[in-house]
Write a protein that binds this ligand. Sequence first.
Ligand code: PXP
Length: 253
Amino acid sequence: MNRLRLGVNVDHVATIRNARGGRHPDPVRAAKVAIAAGCDGITAHLREDRRHIRDDDMARLKAEIDKPLNFEMAATEEMVAIVLKTRPHAVCLVPEKRTERTTEGGLDVVRQRSQLAPVVHELKHAGIKVSLFIGAAPAQIEMAAELGAPVIEIHTGSWCDALTEGRTKEAGAEWQLIRDGALLAASVGLEVHAGHGLDYATAETIAALPQVVELNIGHFLIGEAVFEGLAESVKFMRAAMERGRNKARKETA
Ligand code: PXP
């Protein structure tokens, strides 16, 4: 079974910094702490409104960290130009609305096929690993494969929200969708990542899906860092992911 990678999203370190307008806390320093604590890569989202991560943060992340940088962005001309200069290891294309608090849903790759196709092509041609952040509906997964993206990231937000809010039946249905989606994606040759809203418990659960090879987690880890410190929250998360993976290993042995 593949090792499960952890990408730490440092957007919310920048959110706290920007609340006061200075330089502290620095998302690049957070990235280095997370890497020293055992994560496998850093994720950051350069939004059109620059509400958290800024252009200079992305440039510094690329220059100063020694693990892969996953650059989240909307599929716009402005972002493509920045990414071609920054040359991160990977790009995750996400939908973006100015009024949303966070990335609320996945991309509708079926409806946006003609806008996304040239962006996926250009980034791939530049040697950047492209992933599409989508819900786990079969039509979305099949279209992601058709678009030629090598990776999808399954949006786990609805599943996590349903669990947190005690909507057990919906959580069960969302989980089924994720499980089946991961299987379908792997069967059509896609690398499967997952993220949004994950905490220790949900990361442990999803770690048991052998098709999922990377989790991208931000808000919960930065929130826990207030209480435990960032290095500890990253280590606890890695341990939760290992527990989930080991359970699956025992079940398939
Ligand atoms: N993956 C993607 C594509 C995202 O947009 C986000 C949120 O920025 C995350 C993962 C991380 O979500 P969270 O901050 O809820 O852990």
